[in-house]
Design a protein around this ligand. Structure first.
Ligand code: NAD
Ligand code: TYD
Length: 357
């Protein structure tokens, strides 16, 4: 195994923490530097199990800060970057788009630029053995209306929310650096993730928490929107495959062919939660409350993941119901984690998002 020093950004967040854990434990010869600003979504409690590993370092900082990022490259001489840091919640992008422009666009370009300058400066090697891996979302492709259609790697970008527009822009910059400067890059676009450590602003952990605490379940519109769900550790394994086996300049769509209408998903969640909490079947369903639809709400996302399956041999490992049970069990047995992240700032967010309308 070649030794590598890898910068992982956003490694204290939901998906990043699973990626950091996988790389730190599976590749003891790699040095993993986790750069995270620790916004409301970043939580070092997500990775306490690996914080003392000899091949792991945490650096708190902002990807938008050019001097800081430059100093980090000078300090560690990274071979590769796996870039996950982002503002990631569509509802927050509707109330505060500028933060998404700063982190998702300016932050990504800043990382690209620093990597280019640092790698180009190594006159002996240049871009040899270097890789900038940009982790993106299927939301850049927009909204599907024809049930026969899926997002392919060749689907034209058509982002509809400030979040997806900012991610689309960052994807374009990554390709521009590949095309213009010949920087070695890979991009992956994944469907909706669920699993342990997801911040309870996203549908599944929000509803698990609300069911447990007997709060209303705010279903946007009629609950007819469709999302394609993938277990977070399957995404982390896909990132491992793309990082090690992906072809320079290529894009890989990641998804588990697992589409669910929001209302059907919520009903399944209620059923499992009633069973786990020992409540009579039908109890949690009564908490469903139809609320004003999200502005510009994308109707359907669905990934065609055949390329990564056929070319890199990746497969999802869990069936959805199994993954959902595992996720619910994790939230029910990690009450402290949930209490910690839902105190303070979260209360203000919750009031503005759900109680002020
Ligand atoms: P998250 O919001 O849980 O975590 C984001 C992390 O980035 C946090 O730890 C936060 O502190 C950090 N961060 C934010 N701004 C930063 C900055 N300026 N500098 C340094 N760190 C900063 O997000 P997530 O759900 O784990 O998503 C990770 C990545 O995967 C994102 O790029 C997202 O677009 C992409 N993605 C997410 C999903 C999903 O379903 N959650 C699906 C596909 C792709
Ligand atoms: P979310 O988890 O925010 O992911 P994304 O918008 O990136 O797909 O939302 C998943 C779906 O659930 C989406 O169609 C919006 C819907 N939703 C609700 O109905 N109510 C809620 O409170 C939230 C957060 C989401």
């Amino acid at each position: 195994m070649t030794k590598k020093t890898i910068l992982i950004t956003g490694g204290a967040g939901f998906i990043g923490s699973h990626v950091v854990r996988l790389f730190v434990t599976k590749y003891p010869d790699y040095k993993i530097v986790n750069l995270d600003k620790l916004t409301y979504a970043g939580n070092l409690q997500n990775i306490t199990d690996i914080e003392n590993a000899p091949n792991y370092v945490f650096e708190k900082g902002d990807i938008v800060d050019a001097n800081f990022v430059n100093e980090l490259f000078e300090k560690y001489h990274f071979d590769s970057v796996i870039h996950l840091a982002a503002e990631s919640h569509v509802d927050r992008s509707i109330t505060n788009p500028m933060e998404f422009v700063m982190t998702n666009i300016v932050g990504t370009v800043n990382l690209l630029n620093t990597a280019k300058n640092a790698w180009k400066a190594d006159l002996n090697k240049g871009f040899e053995d270097k890789l900038f891996y940009h982790v993106s979302t299927d939301e850049v492709y927009g909204s599907l209306h024809n049930p026969e259609e899926f997002f392919l790697e060749t689907t034209a970008y058509d982002p509809q929310s400030p979040y997806s527009a900012a991610k689309a822009s960052s994807d374009h910059f990554v390709r521009a650096y590949h095309n213009t400067y010949k920087m070695p890059v890979v991009i992956s676009n994944c469907s909706n993730n669920y699993g342990e450590n997801q911040f309870p602003e996203k549908l599944i952990p929000l509803f698990i928490n609300n069911i447990q605490t007997n709060k209303a379940l705010p279903v946007y519109g009629k609950g007819e929107n469709v999302r394609d769900w993938l277990y977070v550790q399957d995404h982390a394994r896909a990132i491992d495959d793309v990082f090690h086996k992906g072809k320079n300049g290529e894009t890989y769509n990641i998804g588990g062919f697992n589409e669910w209408k929001n209302l059907d998903l919520v009903l399944l969640l209620c059923k499992i939660m009633d069973k786990k909490l020992g409540r009579p079947q039908g109890t949690s369903e009564k908490l469903i409350s139809y609320v004003t639809d999200r502005a510009g709400h994308d109707l359907r996302y669905a990934i065609d993941a055949k390329k990564i399956m056929n070319e890199l041999g990746w497969q999802p490992s869990l069936q959805f119901e199994e993954g959902l049970e595992k996720t619910i069990d994790w939230y029910l047995s990690n009450e402290k984690w949930l209490n910690d992240v839902t105190s303070g700032e979260y209360q203000k967010y919750y009031e503005i998002q759900y109680l002020d309308n």
